[in-house]
Design a protein around this ligand. Structure first.
Ligand code: HPA
Length: 272
């Protein structure tokens, strides 16, 4: 069975449960799952019930698809994502993005937690991702290209929609929330970085580093989608203040920043 056939089966299954028309796609990352409570839910489907969907393995990433409305917009949210470090093939990491596209999603909001390497950042800050650096050892588009999905050599001159960047900034301002902006370096993990690695990431132009999002953005751009991405800074990798970090601390900081992230996304949704 081809990838397109699998995507179609997954789509048909989901369409048997929800009635959607160009919903806005949202991926809820580490500790941001609570955002789902803001959605007026019409249907929830556990990943384990969805044909061909990968299954989540990480604590704090329970997997379900949530369909409903928020700020007057149809929202198709995925609570829990698939990380490369869990052992998934890149094709599985981005499978949900391709399914969202098949369900009519044109506009995608990604969220994640990251380590700040910009020395002006503080734990709990929200950073609007305006560009990325792919440091994963792979790329979801490696292999034969499926021309029905997108081009062999996709353009990446605007990975994060300039219009959405402008609207996210306006949304944060209207909510009086400080919004940082910068470049997200995507790494495989699962180790957090050494002090030398954080220093290297800063030198090559990153403001934050994390273990997700980049493959999803690449797949979304391949499909011609518009992407916006927000990151919660959960720890700092800044020279002189590289402290020990754990998954629990990352989740705690992300949970604490959740109300700010939710407020920005809600206001953004009402503006598009
Ligand atoms: N490094 C990589 N990924 C992360 C970090 C970090 O410091 N914090 C949250 N995700």
């Amino acid at each position: 069975m081809t990838l397109s056939d699998r995507i179609q089966q997954t789509r048909d299954f989901i369409l048997g449960k929800i009635d959607c028309e160009n919903p806005i796609g949202v991926i809820l990352g580490t500790g941001l799952g609570g955002f789902a409570e803001e959605i007026k839910i019409q249907a929830e489907i556990s990943y384990s019930d969805i044909p061909h969907f990968p299954q989540s393995t990480v604590e704090g990433h329970d997997g379900k698809l949530i369909f409903g409305s928020l700020s007057g917009k149809q929202v198709l949210a995925l609570k829990g994502r698939f990380h490369y470090y869990e052992g998934y093939d890149m094709k599985d990491v981005v499978y949900p993005i391709r399914v969202m596209h098949s369900l009519g999603v044109k506009n995608l909001i990604l969220s994640n937690a990251s380590g700040g390497v910009n020395p002006s950042f503080k734990v709990g800050d929200i950073m609007l991702i305006n560009d990325h650096i792919n440091l994963f050892p792979s790329n979801p588009l490696i292999g034969p290209n499926d021309d029905s999905l997108g081009p062999r050599f996709p353009d990446m001159s605007e990975p994060y929609s300039k219009l959405f960047i402008q609207k996210m900034k306006a949304a944060a301002e209207s909510e009086s929330i400080l919004l940082r902006e910068g470049v997200y370096a995507g790494v495989s993990g699962p180790c957090f970085e050494t002090p030398a690695e954080y220093k290297y990431l800063r030198i090559i132009g990153a403001d934050a580093v994390g273990m997700s999002t980049v493959p999803e953005t690449i797949a979304a751009k391949h499909l011609g989608m518009n992407v916006a991405a927000l990151s919660v800074i959960t720890d700092l990798g800044i020279e002189g203040i590289v402290e020990q970090v754990s998954h629990e601390e990352v989740q705690k900081a992300a949970n604490e920043a959740e109300p700010k992230m939710s407020a920005i996304v809600k206001s953004f949704l009402s503006s598009i």
